[in-house]
Ligand binder design. Structure first.
Ligand code: AMP
Ligand code: MG
Length: 396
């Protein structure tokens, strides 16, 4: 049995980064840039007023008050018709170009309009020009985004500003989700005797979506080799197949056998962890497949620890591995069995740094208890006193 860390390493090693594609900006948030992007023009593209006010020549306002003739009005979106002559000024709005010759925009609050139509400048501060010179942010041809950058809303704005309506990013994986189990009924049904609602398909599809990857629902496979095999084949047409349930030692836990039947190379099938000791990871061609233990908490823990890093790696993210923080326990904790325990906890930041409250849980089926957690404590077997420092992995 391998350790969770070893399992993560194998997953990251076997998850290929996908090829670059061009996607519309509207679909690019959360993706990773595959090549650098350069500015197609200077930014700002012209000497721009940062204020509503009057563009003036500094020499004309050296002695105040100064009365100047308005030669032009320049709202945003217009271009100056002529340079500013001595003794003249131009009314400008925020975002409008300032005329050549102007080296100061006096804010409107520091001006008065005279009855003869001229403007009286009553205050002027030569230190604050209120002009953003052309190219002060970036010069044409300069790199504005490096390859590998995660595209957040600000980066999307940068792409738009330099004229890219499509972004070269690493393709997001295509994912399929398959639940297994005779006992499963759809969410909208009332379970009969021995039946249970299929919670995992919904939580896995939501997990994919939260990771920025859309996923298809392949429904439920019965605990029967032929049905499972057909649906697994379908799922292996995607980049990633996530199967829940059917991975334990039971007679009807067919997932590992079926994966082998269809030619999947199994990289590991058990991990020294709790929950989720039976966790299967394999590959066929360029597709990978996860078999997660079916208990709803085990499924989500398995997703967070292994599937999410795989998806991130495929999308080209450099932060694919776990983010591990050191947290101070606010109550004692105990890790049972011979395996690393991933225990649900509430993590928060206080004056002493990260602090964690371990949550009571009835085990790997207690989805309601687990839903209150925002982190997993990673506990080697043993007893932990309050104030002990332990590793914690945030869930969001
Ligand atoms: P298995 O891993 O198939 O042995 O399932 C372990 C436990 O998880 C059993 O109690 C199953 O009924 C339950 N389980 C399996 N799949 C699901 C699912 N999709 N939704 C809710 N519970 C499930
Ligand atoms: Mg089952």
């Amino acid at each position: 049995m391998i350790s969770p860390h070893e399992a993560l390493e194998i997953v990251l090693r076997e998850s290929p980064r996908l090829e670059p594609v061009l996607v519309p900006l509207a679909d690019a948030v959360g993706a990773v840039l595959a090549e650098p992007v350069a500015a197609d023009m200077d930014l700002p593209p012209f000497d721009k007023s940062a204020m509503d006010g009057c563009a003036v020549r500094a020499a004309d306002v050296a002695h105040l008050p100064a009365d100047l003739a308005i030669i032009e009005e320049l709202p945003a979106g217009t271009a100056p018709a002529r340079p500013l002559a001595p003794g003249a000024c131009a009314k400008t709005m925020t975002g409008a170009p300032v005329p050549p010759g102007a080296d100061l925009v006096v804010p409107v609050e520091d001006t008065e309009t005279l009855l003869d139509g001229r403007v009286r400048i009553v205050r002027a501060d030569a230190e604050r020009t209120n002009i953003c010179p052309r190219g002060e942010d970036v010069r044409r041809g300069e790199t504005v985004l490096e390859a590998g950058r995660l595209l957040r809303p600000a980066e999307i704005g940068v792409l738009a500003a330099v004229g890219r309506d499509r972004a070269p990013v690493f393709r997001r994986p295509r994912v399929a989700v398959l639940a297994t189990g005779e006992e499963l009924v759809p969410v909208s049904s009332v379970p009969g005797p021995g039946q249970i609602r299929n919670a995992n398909s919904s939580s896995l599809l939501a997990s994919c979506r939260a990771a920025g990857v859309p996923a298809d629902d392949l429904g439920v496979a019965r605990d029967e080799r032929a049905d499972l095999r057909a649906k697994v084949e379908q799922g292996l047409g995607r980049d990633v197949l996530i199967v829940s349930g059917g991975v334990s030692m039971g007679e009807r836990d067919f997932v590992p056998r079926v994966l082998q039947d269809v030619g999947v190379t199994i990289h590991f099938a058990t991990v020294r962890m709790k929950p989720g000791k039976p966790t299967v990871f394999g590959a066929r061609g360029r597709s990978v497949v996860f078999g997660l233990a079916g208990n709803p908490v085990s499924t989500l823990v398995g997703f967070h620890l292994f599937v999410r890093p795989c998806l991130r790696r495929m999308m080209g993210r450099s932060d694919a591995a776990w983010q591990v923080l050191e947290a101070r326990l606010l109550a004692p904790a105990r890790a049972r069995d011979d395996r690393v325990n991933f225990a649900p906890a509430v993590l928060r930041h206080d004056a002493g740094g990260w602090a964690a409250v371990p949550l009571p849980t009835h085990g790997p089926a207690d989805l309601v208890g687990f839903s209150r957690a925002n982190a997993l404590l990673m506990l080697d077997p043993g007893a932990y006193a309050a104030a002990a420092r332990v590793p914690a992995i945030p869930l969001e």
